[in-house]
Design a protein around this ligand. Structure first.
Ligand SMILES: Cc1ncc(COP(=O)(O)O)c(C=O)c1O
Length: 400
């Protein structure tokens, strides 16, 4: 059911489109599309506290090697305690230059070349690359898609976990935007215990939930200790460019292995600006994040209403986290690559093809809605115009 959140008297600006062209932006400068809505970063300015902290650091004109200050770890500890009642301690934490670099290191130290590693598809496409580029193999536990919602196939998971040593969980799950329930997480933990599988829980999207909803940290939902939690403020506060994250590992043996590997891979050092950004995010930008969550929720409602009224052939998959919407285009009967390319070529609109997230994603497009409302309105109009151009719906289109 739709919830109402008052957006009047907002303190921060989520309406102005900040041009990111010619800033070496992956999203805006890699390709020529008018409206890139693929890669997962936001088109909003960061919270003022982050901007100020970076400017303050930039004012000091020496940018040599940096250490990771204790304050950075404390800012993570306080944030998770305050928001999720999840207690972390510094002795279980490791700094790393991004979630994917640390997952890559974990794959190298916790599995062998040729091993299969389990992921739940459709899922963040880089999970595929990081496994394959490390000369391991992907084993898929495909999620079940039923009545417009996803759930875990636990029977299949039980069977597949018997073949692997390592599983990567996405919590909340990109691209379907699902927050796994405490019960789901506990069951995953029990199955990992049964098969003695180490679980990596990638929780990078955890703060970006609907305004009155909280995600469940894996470590709070399960007492299975062969688990690694990956955390970062990069999605929540739009600071992915600083490439900064932590991992939290209670199991001492796993901790030591991961620590050594992250060091070998040279991922344990901190960018000169990163700690300032992270600390300002967690310590001073909570109010900004609360407002952002309302803006994203409103954008989600805009998409839902628009699709229902103007483009009912496309369905929004129900979700409660991330700014990535998963659009069910199965009624169009066209592959997601063709559809995505068509929209790019004819409408300048770049949505990610669902096939990128696994073969069971091929009926879908992923749309990043972390942008001002005017941009979203433009994108929806282009989406509709593109579908009309495709001319692949019949005359009873509105009844589909
Ligand atoms: C689930 C997930 N994990 C990790 C990342 C990337 O993390 P990092 O930039 O810290 O490597 C993303 C980016 O979209 C993501 O969606």
């Amino acid at each position: 059911m739709r919830k109402e959140f008052t957006m009047k008297n907002t303190k921060y600006d989520f309406e102005t489109l900040v041009s990111r062209k010619n800033t070496n932006s992956l999203k805006w400068d890699l390709f020529d599309d008018d409206l890139p809505m693929w890669v997962a970063d936001m088109d909003f300015k960061v919270a003022p506290a982050i901007e100020n902290a970076i400017q303050k650091r930039a004012n000091h004109p020496v940018y040599g090697y940096s250490i990771v200050p204790d304050e950075l770890f404390k800012s993570y500890i306080n944030w998770w305690d305050l928001h999720y009642d999840f207690k972390m301690s510094k002795e279980n934490m490791l700094y790393s230059a991004g979630v994917m670099p640390s997952i890559s290191s974990m794959i190298r130290c916790l599995s062998d070349v040729g091993d299969e590693i389990l992921i739940q598809t459709p899922v963040y496409h880089v999970f595929f690359y990081v496994i394959e580029e490390n000369n391991r193999k992907v084993l898929q536990n495909q999620l079940i898609y039923e009545n417009g919602c996803y759930k875990i196939d636990f029977e299949d998971l039980d069977e597949k976990l018997s073949k692997v040593n390592l599983m990567i969980l996405c919590n909340p799950h990109n691209p379907i935007g699902k927050i796994w329930s405490g019960d789901d997480l506990n069951r995953i933990g029990e199955l990992c215990r049964k098969h003695d599988v180490i679980l990596i829980s990638d929780e990078i999207h955890c703060d970006l939930t609907d305004p009155d909803v909280k995600y469940n940290p894996f470590e709070k939902s399960s007492d299975y200790d062969k688990c690694i939690t990956c955390l970062s403020p990069s999605k929540s506060f739009n600071i992915a460019g600083f490439q900064s994250s932590i991992v939290h590992i209670k199991n001492k043996e796993i901790f030591e292995k991961v620590k050594t590997q992250i060091h070998i891979d040279n991922s344990d050092s901190c960018n000169v600006f990163a700690s300032s950004a992270v600390i300002a995010a967690y310590n001073e930008s909570g109010e900004w994040l609360d407002e952002l969550k309302k803006v994203i929720y409103e954008n989600k409602q805009t998409v839902q209403d628009y699709l229902a009224k103007e483009l009912p052939v496309i369905k929004l998959v129900s979700c409660d986290a991330t700014y990535l919407l998963w659009l069910d285009c199965s009624k169009l009967n066209v592959s997601s690559k063709v559809l995505s390319e068509f929209l790019r070529t004819n409408q300048g609109l770049f949505l990610s093809p669902g096939i990128d997230f696994g073969e069971n994603g091929d009926n879908f497009l992923r749309m990043n809605i972390a942008c001002p409302k005017t941009v979203l309105d433009d994108a929806l109009a282009r989406l509709k115009a593109g579908i009309i151009m495709l001319n692949i719906f019949d005359k009873n289109f509105s009844k589909l």
